[in-house]
Structures are given as C-alpha cells and as structure tokens.
Design a protein around this ligand. Structure first.
Ligand SMILES: [Zn+2]
Ligand SMILES: [Zn+2]
Ligand SMILES: [Zn+2]
Ligand SMILES: [Zn+2]
Ligand SMILES: [Zn+2]
Length: 344
C-alpha cells in the first residue's frame, strides 16, 4: 500500500477572522501578508474537506489530483477523482481550467487541481499589477501578497530612487510621502491619488535591457512626475496670483499622461521656446510647472547656477520668475513647517 500523500487534519481552533499575526486583514489564500510579508498557510481551518497538501499544508480536497496551491501531484488511487470535477466540497466553481481539461477552479488557485496546469486570473479591485508576478496589488502594500516581492517595483530601480531622494533633500524639498510605483502603460500622476507617482515599467525594462538609455533619464522622469505629485499636494498654490501669472491657469487637475519620457533626458535648459525651460513645458501649465520643478531639483536648487544658465540661453524674464516663484514657495513651506514644529 502506498503511503497517504495527503495529511489528514486535526482540527485546530477555528479562526473567525482572516487576520495575519501582525494584526492586518488578509484575503483568504494570499500566500503572503502584504503588510509584514509573513508567509501564510491556509489550512483546512475551520475543517471542511479534512485534507491538506502534504507538501505545502494548504487545504485541498481528497478528490483533487494536484494541489491547486503549490502544484504538487497529490493523486491517490481510490480517492482522487478520475474525472475533472466542477467544485468538490469546500471549494467554489469560479472558472473553468484555462487549458480546457473541463475541471472547475476557484479564485485564486494558481494551478488546476485536476490537470495541474498553471492558471491566469484577472485580479479585480486592485490598483495595478505587481511588476514581479503581474498579479493584482495595491499601491500602498509593502509586500506582494502573491509572490512576496516588492509590489512597487522600487527594488528594480534602487539607484535612480536613491538619486531622486538625494536631489530632493539637496534642493530642500521636504518629503511629502510620495511613493513611486512601476506600472504598465504610461508614467503619470492621478490627481485623485496625488502621492502615487506611476512610472511606466516598459521604460525600466528597456533601460535594463539596453545600455543606451541612461539611468539619469529615469531620474529626470521621476523628478518631473514628482513635480506633478508635489503640485497636487500643494494645490492651493495654483490659485494664487503669483502662480497664475508665471505658470498660467490650471483650472482643474487632470490625469497627467506623459508618454514622452525621451524629453526628460535633458539636463540643460533648451534654447528653443524662450518662455519655457524646455519644449515639453509649453504643452500645458501643469507640464510647465513639472519641468520647472525637475530642473530645480536636478540642479539641487542652486538658483545662482540656474539663473546664469537661463542668461546664457537667452531665456525670457518669465522663466526666471518661474524658478524664483518655486524657490520662494518652497521657502514658505519650510518656514510654515518649522512653525508647526514638524521640521526635522
Ligand atoms: Zn502580517
Ligand atoms: Zn500544496
Ligand atoms: Zn485543468
Ligand atoms: Zn508579485
Ligand atoms: Zn508631465
């Protein structure tokens, strides 16, 4: 007789709430806690199927041929169903196997319990896909609940992020708790989520694959997007006469879409468009601000150096005024924070 491949459960106390030991809420069948990163084992608890995978310890059915969680072969003659089933006791039928074996699978099983093949899921209700495993994650999660990796993808661009932090500190722009996340599509900031700076992950993939795209471009892009995030965070300033005079009317915040990261490569003030720091800045007052912010930060807020370069490039007086307005505003923010005693 072959040894049993499934471990029969012994019934621990049922857990009424789905919470990690760190206290945060979990979704059932998340392999990791998104807050503390702890590995989770979803046992037959409370007991329903009376079976757990011998390898990973997760709840399975005696009728399964493969563990739907770790993919291990758990076929047992006399127990496992010879035909793929829809939903044995303890499991739901959420979908059919992607590979057409006819068996039913429950969200979010990564493997078919009948044929063992990998399953893809659309994770609804999340902010975006994890750059490591492409499963759904939220922007503020610390760990990907699916793969246990960094759900922001910040670990893929540590050098660029370190430089951006360094530049912001040198420019004396206090951290407004922004968060950079790598997501598919375009780079931009949604005014509804002003602290989330989305960076197009294709850009990172390209930059990693080929050497000709310098990482400093990524630094420039993040600084530009940080400018949008900063302004949404200080939106009241856009309604002041000073802001309106130098940058223009912004009416309402719109979803910034920056497809043209190539424009963010320049560290030098361009000669074209004398009223703007770069050609890209002339697209919209919000872009004008983001570009001014980028140059200010990339140059570490060194006004004398910046203004001298504006002179060499024969920029219009208004461009000086944009930098002076930003510099002045940042000083105001600092002194306000000092007064509130929040300045470190
Ligand atoms: Zn936890
Ligand atoms: Zn397993
Ligand atoms: Zn299948
Ligand atoms: Zn992941
Ligand atoms: Zn922009």
């Amino acid at each position: 007789m072959s040894p049993t491949r499934k471990r029969k459960t012994r019934h621990p106390t049922p857990r009424p709430e789905l919470r990690c030991t760190c206290g945060q809420e979990l979704m059932r069948f998340w392999p990791h806690c998104p807050w503390c990163g702890r590995t989770q084992v979803w046992r037959d608890d409370p007991p329903v199927t009376e079976a757990e995978c011998y390898k990973c310890g997760w709840v399975v059915s005696d009728l399964h041929s493969f563990c739907p969680w770790c993919g291990t072969d758990i076929y047992e003659e006399g127990y496992s169903s010879e035909q793929p089933l829809k939903a044995p006791k303890g499991f739901r039928l959420d979908a059919r196997c992607d590979w057409g074996c006819g068996g039913g699978i429950q969200y979010p099983m990564p493997h078919c319990p009948w044929c063992g093949k990998d399953q893809g899921w659309d994770d609804d209700g999340f902010d975006g896909p994890c750059p490591h495993c492409r499963r759904g994650v939220n922007d503020w999660m610390r760990t990907c609940p699916w793969c246990g990796g960094d759900p922001t993808g910040q670990d893929l661009i540590p050098r660029a992020l370190r430089r951006v932090r360094e530049l912001l500190r040198a420019s004396r722009v206090r951290d407004w708790n922004y968060r950079v996340v790598l997501r598919p599509g375009v780079s931009g900031v949604d005014p509804k989520f002003p602290k989330i700076i989305e960076i197009d992950w294709d850009y990172v993939v390209k930059a990693r694959g080929r050497d000709e795209i310098p990482w400093t471009t990524l630094v420039g892009l993040i600084c530009h997007e940080a400018g949008h995030s900063f302004l949404y965070h200080h939106w009241g300033w856009t309604r002041t006469p000073v802001f309106k005079r130098v940058f223009g009317e912004v009416h309402k915040a719109y979803r910034v879409r920056d497809d043209t990261w190539v424009d963010m490569q320049r560290r030098r003030v361009s000669k074209t468009k004398s009223e703007y720091v770069s050609a890209y800045a002339s697209n919209h007052p919000l872009e004008d601000f983001a570009e001014t912010f980028r140059f200010y930060v990339v140059r570490r807020g060194r006004m004398r150096e910046l203004l001298a370069e504006l002179g060499q490039k024969r920029k219009a007086v208004i461009v000086y005024e944009k930098f002076l307005a930003l510099d002045h505003y940042l000083r105001q923010v600092r002194s306000r924070q000092r007064q509130q005693g929040r300045w470190r």
